[in-house]
Design a protein around this ligand. Structure first.
Ligand SMILES: [Zn+2]
Length: 57
């Protein structure tokens, strides 16, 4: 998951994780301070898929 702000590859730190009906929502903070929200879902083979659902300013 590359930071949309500074472009760093996956240097984000997980702030918190919440279980939701679709899977888990994770709040991440990059080294540059940008917070993003990602949704983690599992497919039928239990493979996790991550997508950024919202990026806070
Ligand atoms: Zn960043």
């Amino acid at each position: 998951m590359r930071c949309a702000h500074c472009g760093r590859p996956d240097e984000t730190r997980v702030l918190s994780t919440h279980h939701v009906s679709e899977g888990w929502v994770r709040y991440r903070r990059c080294a540059c301070g940008r917070v993003s929200v990602e949704l983690v879902t599992l497919d039928e083979g239990l493979t996790p898929h991550r997508e950024t659902v919202r990026a806070a300013a």
